[in-house]
Design a protein around this ligand. Structure first.
Ligand code: GLN
Length: 235
């Protein structure tokens, strides 16, 4: 939780959900990724201090903020109205759309959401990829609810795609690019959602929001942000 430390600095616990490369993942047992380094750089540019990272399932991150177990979330989390009711966000730090990912050289090569008719579809629980499935595929009658497979994390969803237990997974484009790079899967098409990622914080913590936004500006101005995008996205 957020405590007043000695002097002026306050200690923050960060929350994330590994299995979302290259934003957050485990490498040799260590938590690494763009979000991890970006948030650490942003906090280093503020009066706050980071005490450490809690690794949770994605769907547990907003509850963890609300019950005070974590103070800030960096998890490729899309800023949207529904979440804005429960938590606050920093300014946006990355943009994304949703990729529709299939097995490479498979017989199934959809080019629109309508083409997913009857397909077995997977996503990570509590994500905007799941929202596309619920709001645009199930609601529209394109697939029955029983064809939606919800996973605790995207690594498991990708495994089930490779195992042919699902036909398609719906996942943020930059993360799809990372999974696709070293597996026999590919992005069939992109569904434009125009999402923007922000750091999540407790509702009403304007002081922390202001500090994170100032910190983001600092790391954008001093080249750190560009260095991190080059390191983790190669661009
Ligand atoms: N950007 C997506 C969302 O906010 C997925 C995030 C994630 O799976 N870590 O729902």
């Amino acid at each position: 939780g957020c405590q007043s430390g000695s002097g002026d600095s306050q200690t923050l616990t960060a929350g994330t959900a590994p299995g979302f490369p290259p934003f957050e993942m485990k490498q040799d047992g260590e938590l690494v990724g763009f979000d991890v380094e970006l948030l650490e750089a942003v906090i280093a540019a503020t009066e706050y201090e980071l005490s450490g990272w809690d690794e949770l399932e994605f769907k547990s991150l907003i509850p963890a903020l609300n019950n005070g177990n974590v103070d800030v979330v960096a998890a490729g989390m899309t800023i949207n109205d529904e979440r804005d009711e429960a938590i606050d966000f920093s300014d946006p730090y990355y943009s994304s759309n949703q990729a529709i990912v299939v097995r490479e050289n498979g017989s199934f090569s959809p080019s629109s959401l309508d083409d997913l008719s009857g397909a077995a579809v997977g996503a990570q629980k509590g994500t905007t990829g799941e929202s596309v499935i619920k709001d645009q595929l199930i609601e529209a009658g394109t697939i029955p609810e029983s064809q939606y497979n919800a996973y605790g994390n995207y690594v498991l969803a990708v495994e089930d795609l490779l195992n042919e237990n699902v036909d398609v997974i719906i996942i943020d484009v930059p993360v799809a690019n990372s999974f696709v790079a070293d597996r026999p899967i590919e992005s069939a098409f992109v569904h434009e959602t125009g999402e923007q990622f922000g750091f999540g914080i407790q509702s009403g913590n304007d002081e922390l929001a202001g500090a994170l936004n100032t910190g983001l500006t600092t790391v954008e101005d001093d080249g750190t942000y560009r260095d991190l995008t080059e390191k983790w996205f190669g661009q």
